[in-house]
Design a protein around this ligand. Structure first.
Ligand code: PMP
Length: 370
């Protein structure tokens, strides 16, 4: 069975940290001892050097081009992962007499809420718990508070595998979106959001880097009394150099953005590849006569995390161990949901999906109705 290349690499379906495009790893490997024109590794030079300044500026320019980030939005390269954003968002954006509105569409929205309640007034405006987070609301199903400080949502729930595939119109309230697990997987209308954040370890490179895109006017909400690192305004004023940023992660992010622009051809092209790969897996689920049962309702299915179950736990374990023999790695679902989760982020090669498809069909043929 073919693996990704002559180098021994598995088909990696990890939910994150996740696969990185092979050509990006190869370029990083080539430049590891000395970045061109630098005479040292990017890891060994000052974050204030002109060479690193160029790396970061280029990474930001590519991100702005890929997503069409409007002029009145600032880009931050931060640390602390998305979990830190669960705290920073409420600490910066809540306001006197205002209520933060939360949409709970899965585990990560719930985790975000559990931090927000420590910072001030919150209200859950929609909660998918009754159907075990298998669906999403439309704006018409949600009534927002008149005095909402912001509406918080998670574009792709990594554990349940439900995804808002469009930038919906939620009205005038600033929308804060956790895009951790579908960042750069499709074009986004950034102007529909007040703040977007994403940890990088799924579609954008290394754990340790978090990208934040924030609309200018929201920066006025950050109070001077906040601890320094937790204040968005300080990071914006210092152009992401308030403290030492995750330099290698920013470098790698720049290489991934370059790959998206120059090899893939932009986010519309990325989206069509992602749609195609996801469809090919969901088609197997749907044609399996119930042997594979998808978790998400069909109209809410994630293009990034394909979640499904088998008829029983024994078959599930057997599926995982046989998959490993086909070099199909990290398919075990999250412990809180169980089942199988195939994470097919941007870097997943078509060949990986083909091998998984074939394996799923063969496995079902051997085990259905026995
Ligand atoms: N939000 C989502 C949607 C995620 O998938 C994750 C990580 N799996 C997080 C937040 C948490 O990210 P981190 O571990 O970087 O804090």
């Amino acid at each position: 069975m073919a693996v990704e290349s002559a180098v021994e690499r598995l088909f990696n379906f990890s939910a994150g940290p996740a696969a990185i495009p092979l050509c990006v790893l190869q370029q990083a490997q080539k430049e590891l001892l000395s970045m061109p024109g630098c005479g040292a590794s990017v890891m060994e030079i000052s974050h204030r050097s002109s060479q690193f300044g160029e790396v970061m500026a280029k990474a930001e320019q590519r991100l702005r081009r890929l997503l069409g980030v409007p002029e009145n939005y600032r880009v931050l390269f931060m640390q602390g992962g998305s979990r830190l954003q669960f705290s920073m968002v409420p600490m910066n954006l809540m306001g006197e007499g205002l209520v933060a509105n939360y949409l709970l569409t899965g585990a990560w929205g719930k985790n975000a809420l559990s931090e927000a309640v420590k910072a001030g007034a919150t209200k859950v405006v929609w909660d998918g718990a009754a159907t075990n987070y298998d669906r999403l609301p439309a704006p018409a199903d949600v009534s927002l508070d008149a005095n909402a400080s912001y509406l918080y949502l998670t574009s792709n729930e990594t554990i349940q595998g439900v995804q808002f595939q469009e930038d919906l119109d939620w009205g005038d309230v600033p929308v804060v979106c956790d895009m951790s697990s579908d960042f750069l997987s499709r074009p986004v209308d950034v102007s529909r959001y007040g703040l977007i954040f994403a940890c990088a370890q799924k579609n954008a490179g290394l754990a340790g880097l978090t990208v934040v895109i924030i609309r200018d006017d929201l920066l006025q909400r950050s109070k001077d009394a906040l601890p320094g690192y937790l204040n968005y305004r300080l990071h914006v004023d210092a152009n992401s150099l308030w403290n030492t940023p995750p330099t290698f992660g920013i470098y790698l992010f720049g290489l991934i953005a370059k790959w998206l622009e120059e090899e893939i051809g932009g986010l519309s092209a990325m989206l069509s590849r992602n749609r195609d790969q996801a469809k090919r897996l969901y088609d197997v689920v749907d044609a399996s006569d119930g042997f594979y049962q998808g978790h998400a309702q069909p109209d809410c299915r994630s293009l990034m995390n394909v979640t499904f179950r088998l008829p029983n736990d024994d078959l599930q374990s057997q599926f995982l161990s046989e998959a490993a023999e086909h070099h199909l790695d990290a398919l075990k679902g999250h412990r809180s949901v169980g089942g199988i989760r195939a994470s097919i982020y941007n870097a997943m090669a078509d060949a990986g999906v083909d091998v998984l498809r074939q394996f799923m069909n063969e496995f079902r043929d051997r085990h259905a109705n026995r």
